[in-house]
Design a protein around this ligand. Structure first.
Ligand SMILES: [Mg+2]
Length: 365
């Protein structure tokens, strides 16, 4: 049997150039924590989580606590490994960094299952319903001047995207946000699909007032209009607004998804494969979105999500967060090309991605 022989981790971290701030904080550093799980026969699975903060702590948790529990196990038993780690780590966090660590390891095990069987993940999930996945471009920080905002949206459009997301919650209040929105709509016309992200900045009443005034600009969704833990505020927003509600990037596990769904606090669920507990957990979360007949649109980390988006018929699109573009380009040698806002699902085994180990070894040293 192909048992797991070793688990290695590499932390890549870079300073963000320029001032990228959303409504509630500034992003100074970004990076990937890469996991390589290798079997006794030398097959290798890749997993990733990303970090703005705490990448080194996540790495240490994997190296010293998670890896020793996973080594020697059968990589096909992802459910058993997940349950063991969940119980093992439960006292030190059922959200947050523990789950970033678990996610990266779980993704590596799924990639490994694909490598062993020779199957791409979407076929292992049971469907290739879509072979091309729509992708939207994401950025438009509130720290930008209006000119910088228009310039970046212009770059997205030049790069072929027809769907874009930018930030709201700018200094100056909702009348400033509406002005920025008007400028983007007027500059790029009705053909551009616009999504907005408020990054937790408002209370429900402000969010409802904003959405009521913004709806004339045809908004595909408003994301995290209130604090992510204010589920009652999300519910109030959803009941009062015609603008669809997207949320979930700050929730963890199927239990977090359950709470949003049971309380009617989401239209488009955006949980994050690299945070929620990996692919094992995302399969369950995607199934829950189907049971509630809502949309599934995983947060960020587009190349980890293509197979999930391919396999689940109620999924919408992948998110390409532009500040991560350079990291992606450096870390992999065979990223599929995004053209005219679409990307082909890789047909190789597992995730279908190959690491640039030369770069990774140098950058993580
Ligand atoms: Mg967001």
């Amino acid at each position: 049997m192909n048992r797991i022989r070793k688990i290695e981790t590499y932390l890549i971290s870079t300073e963000v150039a320029g001032a990228c701030a959303d409504a509630t904080r500034k992003v100074d550093k970004i990076g990937f924590l890469i996991v390589r799980a290798t079997t006794e026969e030398g097959l290798e699975g890749i997993g990733i989580t990303y970090n703005e903060i705490g990448g080194d702590a996540t790495k240490q948790l994997i190296d010293t606590s998670i890896a020793p529990r996973v080594i020697g196990k059968d990589p096909f038993c992802t459910e058993d490994i997940w349950n063991d780690l969940f119980q093992y780590l439960r006292g030190v966090g059922r959200k947050g960094l523990s789950f970033c660590a678990m996610s990266a390891v779980d993704i590596a095990l799924w990639d490994l299952k694909g490598k062993i069987t020779g199957l791409p993940l979407n076929r292992m999930f049971g469907s290739t319903v879509r072979e091309r996945i729509p992708v939207y471009a994401s950025g438009g920080w509130t720290s930008y001047s209006d000119e910088e905002l228009l310039k970046e949206i212009g770059r997205f459009v030049e790069d072929g995207y027809t769907k874009v997301k930018f930030k709201v919650g700018a200094a100056g209040g909702i009348s400033r946000d509406l002005e920025r929105l008007r400028k983007v709509r007027e500059a790029f016309g009705p053909g551009l699909e616009i999504m907005l992200d408020a990054n937790n900045c408002w209370d429900a009443a402000t969010a409802i007032r904003f959405a009521d005034r913004a709806k004339e600009y045809d908004i595909a969704f408003l994301e995290e209009p209130v604090f992510a833990d204010d589920i009652e505020g999300l519910r109030r927003f959803r009941e009062a607004s015609v603008v669809p509600l997207a949320t979930g990037e700050h929730e963890y596990t199927r239990f977090g998804a359950r709470d949003l769904l049971l309380r009617g606090a989401v239209d488009i669920l955006q949980m994050d494969t690299a945070r929620v507990g990996g692919i094992t957990e995302m399969l369950k979360i995607a199934a829950l979105t189907q049971a509630w007949n809502i949309k599934f649109a995983p947060h960020c980390m587009e190349f980890l999500n293509l197979h999930l988006l391919s396999a689940f018929a109620n999924s919408l699109y992948a998110e390409r967060l532009y500040i991560f573009n350079e990291v992606w380009d450096h870390v992999f040698v065979n990223l599929p090309k995004i053209e005219k806002g679409y990307v082909e699902v890789p047909k190789g085994p597992g995730l279908g991605l190959e690491l640039n180990m030369e770069f990774i070894k140098k950058a993580s040293a």
